[in-house]
Design a protein around this ligand. Structure first.
Ligand SMILES: NC(=O)c1ccc[n+]([C@@H]2O[C@H](COP(=O)([O-])OP(=O)(O)OC[C@H]3O[C@@H](n4cnc5c(N)ncnc54)[C@H](O)[C@@H]3O)[C@@H](O)[C@H]2O)c1
Length: 298
């Protein structure tokens, strides 16, 4: 595998997971985020995850230190100049992603492959920003990145074979099984998953079951490891809404209409685990309870 250095843009939930996974496999990882607070949060969350691995006996203390030493945090996107692969993982917003792509184009070396971890935005449209769109590809990871062994490789209409080869090699090196998806909204997994999660919001709105019963139904009845509401809290309610909006706008079918409650939750700041409140309220001691504000809705 030719990739030695991976530059990740956005050190949020996904960016941090990608950085941790890359460094754990012995590659150099650089994380850039505009927010200093996020960079600090990312650094702490990766250290905490690795400490848990040490406590469980899955990692030696000196290996943990070596992984952390391979991670660098930077405050300038221009630091991507010597990376072999640049992976964008900022908010699911096309305008923000396009402005990031323009910046990457300025600084990344010519032979670097540029990827987006977008959950739904067209890889062809993001790739059209580049003078050479053949270098651009979707590398769609799943959360939590270090633990979930799948990556979707998304081929835009202009993505070249070299980018597919390098992205697949890197994905496999990171321990992922790679599946190749065409550039349709939601690709393979989110085309099925995100509307199912949206449907769970309609069930909440109509009080067809309680928050806990809806989750219990899918866990006990279908053997899902997490209920749909727990899963949305982990993914981020804002991410769920943004992906539904792309599906609705691009495909146009009313079956992809985002639930009103999703919009109201985003407006209320109930964004899920990352802020401590979504469908559930998350306590410091690791326990959770249904969000009382949602129970008041009639
Ligand atoms: N959450 C998931 O489960 C999941 C799964 C697969 C893919 N994704 C995709 O990954 C991407 C990131 O999602 P997330 O859940 O990590 O979001 P997040 O909100 O946790 O993190 C986004 C980060 O981007 C940073 N950011 C915003 N604008 C920036 C800019 N202009 N320059 C640099 N940094 C900037 C923010 O400070 C934040 O740290 C989205 O495209 C999302 O659709 C998310």
């Amino acid at each position: 595998m030719d990739v030695k250095k991976v530059f990740v843009i956005g050190a949020g939930f996904m960016g941090s997971g990608i950085v941790e996974n890359v460094a754990a496999k012995g590659l150099e990882a650089v994380a850039y985020d505009i927010s200093e607070q996020q960079r600090e949060r990312s650094r702490k969350s990766i250290a905490k995850n690795l400490e848990k691995q040490v406590a469980k006996g899955r990692l030696k203390a000196e290996e943990k230190d070596a992984v952390l030493d391979r991670i660098e945090y930077v405050s300038e996107i221009s630091a991507c100049k010597d990376a072999d692969v640049v992976i964008e993982a900022v908010a699911e917003n096309k305008d923000i992603k396009v402005s990031i792509m323009k910046e990457i184009e300025k600084y990344a070396k010519e032979e670097a492959v540029i990827a987006s971890n977008t959950s739904s935005i067209s890889i062809t449209s993001l790739g059209s920003v580049f003078q050479n769109p053949e270098r651009f590809i979707g590398m769609h990871f799943f959360s939590p990145v270090p633990r979930i062994p799948l990556m979707e490789i998304v081929r835009g209409y202009q993505t070249g074979e070299r980018a597919i080869k390098i992205a697949s090699d890197l994905g496999e090196y990171m321990g992922k099984t790679c599946i190749l998806a065409q550039d349709e909204p939601g690709f393979i997994v989110n085309r099925m998953l995100i509307p199912m999660l949206n449907e769970a919001c309609f069930l909440v709105e109509r009080k067809i079951g309680s928050i806990e019963e809806i989750d219990m139904g899918m866990k006990m009845g279908l053997n899902h490891p997490m209920g749909p509401l727990e899963l949305m809290d982990m993914i981020g309610i804002d991410v769920e809404l943004a992906v539904m909006e792309v599906l609705h706008e691009e495909i146009g079918d009313s079956k992809y209409r985002p639930a009103i409650s999703l919009k109201r939750m985003v407006d209320s700041g109930f964004l899920g685990r990352k802020v401590g409140v979504g469908f559930y309220v998350y306590h410091e001691d690791g326990t959770k309870e249904p969000n009382p504000k949602l129970l008041e809705i009639r």
